[in-house]
Design a binder for this molecule. Sequence first.
Ligand code: ADP
Length: 346
Amino acid sequence: MKQKPKKELLLKLSIASFVTIIAASAIFSGLYSILLLLEVKIEDLWWTVIIATISSIIIGITLSTIMNIVFLNPINELVNVTKRVAEGDFSVQLKEHTKKNGELKKDEMSVLTHNFNVMVHELDKNKILKSDFVTNVSHEFKTPLANIKGHAEIIKKCKDPKAIKEYCDNIIEAADNLSNLTSNILRLSKLENHVILEASEFRADEQIRQAIILLENKWEEKNINLNLDLDEITICSDEALFLQVWLNLISNAIKFSNDGGDINIILKQYGQDAVLTIKDEGIGMSKEVQERIFDKFYQGDTSRAKEGSGLGLALVKKILDISHCTIEVESEEGKGTTFVVRIPMS
Ligand code: ADP
């Protein structure tokens, strides 16, 4: 695709040169014939040669100037900016050729210029994303590490066995957070590098029950009532990745529920889709928070920030995207949140 405009440009340049030669020859023979018709003596042919040569030179110079302006100047400009991009400067943008009504012109050079601008813009966005990613990761690592260091220093001076046990528990929790964070970053990075899904048939309802058992400590601690209505549904996808989806969604529902709250988990088949609904009566989210929950490292509720790292839903979304499933959220602040996952079964 990229080679096409260049090829067409070369073709145009060759045609233009060819036309220059033809034009010069035509003028030369035209003048010669006119002089013959006018019965100018053949001795006067020298004048014909001189006039034809001068005309060819003028036409040649005019055509090559036009070619320079129309084709070569933009190419030179493109060559210069490509060099800057190769050196890492993604701020460059070429002047785009538009019609009077602002619409982009359709000729090859205009299309090439536009595509080049889009490409540099995308590269620039990626650069920002990468630097944001490093800043976020560093920040997320710093907090648990500072916790571990702080508590270890206190333990060194502490004589009370009960307090020491409590500080050790804090260290273990901070280390667990670090370990979860690293696993989530690894999982995301694997998925972003288009890991091949290992599809197999498995019972979604059984897997959801398994996730609930794995999270038993969390919901028991908060006296959460879990109401299950799960139909027997077999799906064909990557089993390990789907367990991750249920774990993240259910643990969020528990985390953002108030003590003693209700969580309803319903799995039903509607037409060709298996639909899982997870509904909690927790703190809910504002519209602004809802718009950003699938962004990496985004945490809407900062009071529970240390219990996560803002990667859970980014991971859920990525897994569902690559598995051709969808996720929707409905939420109201102070009332609760409902997540709906739709899994095509055919
Ligand atoms: P974290 O690990 O911080 O929970 P997630 O990616 O899982 O990160 O969630 C991102 C944000 O989405 C949370 O910080 C929270 O603000 C919001 N969120 C997710 N699930 C719920 C829920 N069930 N109720 C309220 N807010 C939620």
